[in-house]
Design a protein around this ligand. Structure first.
Ligand code: C2E
Ligand code: CA
Ligand code: CA
Length: 746
């Protein structure tokens, strides 16, 4: 997965979200663990405090009982009711009772309690007459402690001590739990014996129990009831009806099946911690939400940018159609699944598109491109195929056609409709430019190939045409690939060939027809490769023309020619004009002639002994006619001769002869292929005559037969270059040929 790619960003985003969630879960788990630890700590704290309180209450009751029993012994020694009353009166204050009464088994009471009706029915009295101690409520306000008074091993009466309930209340309403707790004492029947002030919170337990008899709180209460019966203590937490979290602790007292109930808020310890926990949870929540929002924002912005990038990458700005990237993606999803020879990838190239831009401006150039795309889209509905703009002026098409005939037919239809649409453009009307397209196609016989390779094959086919071929679609075949590999090989070998002088000059004589003597020679290059042997210019010149290497080769040949002429000059041999071929590529450099001058000067060659051959195609080049005219003028100013090569092989505009300042025209060999035809002979004669009339000399190229020679002699052609006299010869061979020719003539 590529860093920065869409899947990478997705993965990164998911990883970040997962990380945030893991962090949130970990923090929450830790917080929960802390919460539990605090709850345990709270339980044990409440248990400790309530146990202590229980022990205190037990002690208090115990002390009261001890105090009362200490009186019992003394009672027996008092001999009169008055003495008893006095004694009890004194002890009442001393021991902190409201009053102390003696109730005899017969119902008699001591003086202080004489107002009590039916003393035997006071709570606890009967039980104490049975020998038990007891603590009971009296009128709901006071507490009556009763102990049996034993005389001669029999219960003689009951000593009762009355104390205010407030005493006990004071004890249970201590300031434990920072005043937040509530304590009360209940008896085994569940009735409140002593409560501080408020019992409502305890009563809520009842309503919780009844509202949800199977709930957790109800279960806890049930367990508490069982524990109370078996005299065990316990603790549990619950949520009150008002929604606050509380802890209830129950501890049986040692006396009278009483139980001390203590109710405390569950955050009694953790009130601060809970506050902090609340903030912690809050902050975690906010941070998680913020992080998720940030991630979401990042994701959204990344998606937005990705979409924009996707749009920029997949939509062609100029035509509004697909880009090549989109085209390739679509092909990748379609072609590998299809059987061989189902689809074809084609390239459509606008011939001389640069001229449209130059003539009409790039805005109109873009109009043409958009018009082409529009027409393509309109002409091919989805099933038939789709198109994209590949680069400046070419379009790739994917067509659902698998035979050459069908593809050729469709391509012709498409190019026809495009041409028809383009010439309809308003600004185009009457333009001195003929719009045409060239096309090449690869029928997908191997669907497993990469799309770029298929596209290369289509463009290879498109490029394979010569400039004079018709506009029919060219099809890729494997020989093109072989040719391309060969071209690559030659390109690679070029530098070393130049360095090792593998390029060799051959000279082909030009013979003057007037006296059959040498009138000049043309330098033609041969590549003598140490392993591959002779490589002819037809194989490498067009290639080096394409990549610009031709300029260096031309200069190399020019220098070799100068070196040979210089050697002849030094040897005192007669000189004659030698022509070199000049590629059209030189004309893009306005100063190219400087180097030619420099070389000629260095070898001290008279300039009129050097002729530069130009093919007429340079007049139709992008550099512009005016530029070419000026360069030719400059050639003459510098003293070089200039010939127009291959006249008659292409456009053959006679107008050029007048317009351009040339010295020689070289008639292409195809003029002489059919001289049995009278019309052909007339054309040749007219051209030679016209040339002479405007002061140009004529050279006939590729002359092989006596018949051709006779014709040329008859019409007054100046010179002949052809196999009839000689093939191109090495310099040494040429010197021999020249020698024998001169001897024959002389
Ligand atoms: P070109 O300039 O038209 O050269 C004439 C071509 O015709 C030469 O082919 C020559 O060998 C061939 N030829 C001459 N007489 C006859 C004949 O009687 N019959 C036939 N069939 N052919 C004949 P070559 O040497 O193969 O060169 C081919 C082309 O390569 C040349 O055509 C020229 O355009 C180009 N070329 C050759 N050397 C150079 C060079 O140094 N620089 C550049 N730029 N182009 C070169
Ligand atoms: Ca030539
Ligand atoms: Ca020629």
């Amino acid at each position: 997965m590529r860093i920065g790619s869409k899947p990478f960003y997705k993965l990164l985003l998911f990883a970040l979200i997962a990380l945030v969630l893991i962090m949130a879960v970990t923090i929450t788990l830790n917080a929960t663990r802390l919460h539990h630890a605090i709850q345990e700590r709270t339980f044990s704290y409440v248990t400790d405090v309530t146990r202590q309180l229980t022990a205190d209450i037990d002690n208090r009751i115990q002390k009261v009982m001890v105090d009362l029993s200490s009186l019992c012994d003394s009672l027996m020694h008092l001999d009169s009711p008055d003495a008893l009353s006095d004694f009890l009166q004194r002890k009442t204050e001393m021991l902190g009772f409201t009053s102390i009464v003696y109730i005899g088994a017969d119902g008699t009471v001591s003086k202080a309690a004489s107002g009590i009706e039916e003393p035997l029915s006071l709570p606890g009295v009967q039980a104490s007459l049975q020998g038990n101690t007891g603590v009971s409520f009296l009128n709901g306000e006071d507490i009556l402690y009763t102990i049996p008074v034993i005389l001669n091993e029999e219960v003689a009466g009951v000593l009762g001590g009355i104390r205010s309930k407030a005493n006990m209340q004071e004890l249970i309403s201590t300031d434990c739990f920072s005043g937040t707790g509530l304590t009360c004492i209940i008896d085994s029947g569940g009735s409140v014996v002593i409560s501080p002030t408020q019992v409502d919170p305890f009563l809520q337990l009842d309503s919780l129990f009844t509202s949800s008899p199977e709930g957790k709180t109800a279960r806890s209460i049930r367990r508490m009831q069982e524990d109370m019966v078996s005299g065990q203590s316990g603790i549990f937490s619950f949520r009150s009806a008002s929604g606050s979290d509380l802890i209830l602790s129950y501890n049986p007292l040692s006396h009278f099946s009483w139980v001390l109930l203590t109710l405390v808020p569950s955050d009694v310890i953790a009130s601060h911690v809970n506050g902090s926990m609340f903030w912690l949870y809050g902050i975690i929540g906010v941070v998680v939400v913020l992080m998720l929002l940030t991630l979401f924002a990042l994701y959204a912005s990344q998606r937005y940018h990705y979409r924009q990038m996707e749009e920029a990458a997949f939509t062609d700005r100029v035509t509004g159609g697909m880009t090549n990237a989109a085209f390739q993606l679509k092909c990748e999803s379609l072609l590998p699944k299809a059987p061989a020879n189902t689809y074809c990838i084609a390239l459509m190239n606008i011939r001389n598109f640069k001229l449209i831009n130059e003539h009409f401006g790039s805005e109109h150039g873009n109009d043409v491109l958009a018009c082409i795309m529009h027409t393509l889209q309109k002409s091919m509905d989805g099933a038939e195929g789709f198109a994209s703009r590949a680069d400046a002026d070419s379009f790739f098409l994917c067509l659902k056609s698998g035979t050459r005939e069908e593809v050729a037919r469709k391509m012709r239809q498409l190019t026809d409709s495009i041409c028809a649409e383009v010439v309809k453009l308003r600004w185009y009307l009457g333009a001195p430019y003929s719009f045409s397209l060239q096309t090449g196609a690869y029928i997908v016989d191997n669907p497993s190939l990469e799309i770029t390779i298929m596209q290369d094959r289509a463009s290879m086919a498109c490029r394979s045409r010569s400039s004079f071929e018709d506009g029919s679609c060219k099809f890729y075949d494997d020989s093109m690939l072989r040719r391309m590999r060969r071209e690559e090989e030659l390109n690679m070998l070029f530098e070393s060939a130049l360095e090792h002088h593998e390029f060799v000059v051959t000279l082909q004589p030009k013979v003057r027809l007037s006296d059959e003597r040498i009138g000049g020679a043309e330098a033609l290059v041969r590549w003598v490769h140490p392993q591959q042997g002779m490589i002819y210019p037809g194989e490498f010149i067009p290639l080096f023309e394409q990549n610009g290497r031709i300029c260096r080769l031309d200069l190399y040949i020019f220098e070799e020619v100068c070196r040979t002429l210089h050697a002849w000059q030094q040897a005192g041999k007669p000189l004659f004009p030698v022509s070199v071929n000049l590629s059209r590529q030189h004309f893009s450099d306005p100063h190219f002639l400087d180097t030619y001058v420099e070389i000629a000067t260095r070898y001290e060659i008279p300039r009129d002994m050097l002729e530069l051959e130009l093919t007429e195609s340079i007049f139709f080049d992008d550099q512009g006619i005016e530029n070419t005219k000026q360069q030719i003028k400059e050639m003459h100013r510098l003293g070089f001769r200039c010939s127009l090569d291959d006249f008659g092989s292409g456009y053959s505009s006679l107008g050029l002869l007048v317009e351009f300042d040339i010295d020689v025209i070289k008639l292409d060999r195809r003029f002489f292929l059919d001289i049995s035809n009278a019309k052909s002979r007339d054309v040749i004669a007219s051209i030679v005559e016209l040339a002479h009339r405007i002061g140009l000399s004529t050279v006939a190229e590729g002359i092989e037969t006596q018949e051709q020679l006779d014709l040329l002699k008859g019409i007054g052609c100046d010179m002949v270059q052809g196999y009839i006299y000689s093939k191109p010869l090495s310099v040494a061979e040429f010197e021999v040929w020249f020698q024998s020719r001169e001897q024959q003539a002389g």
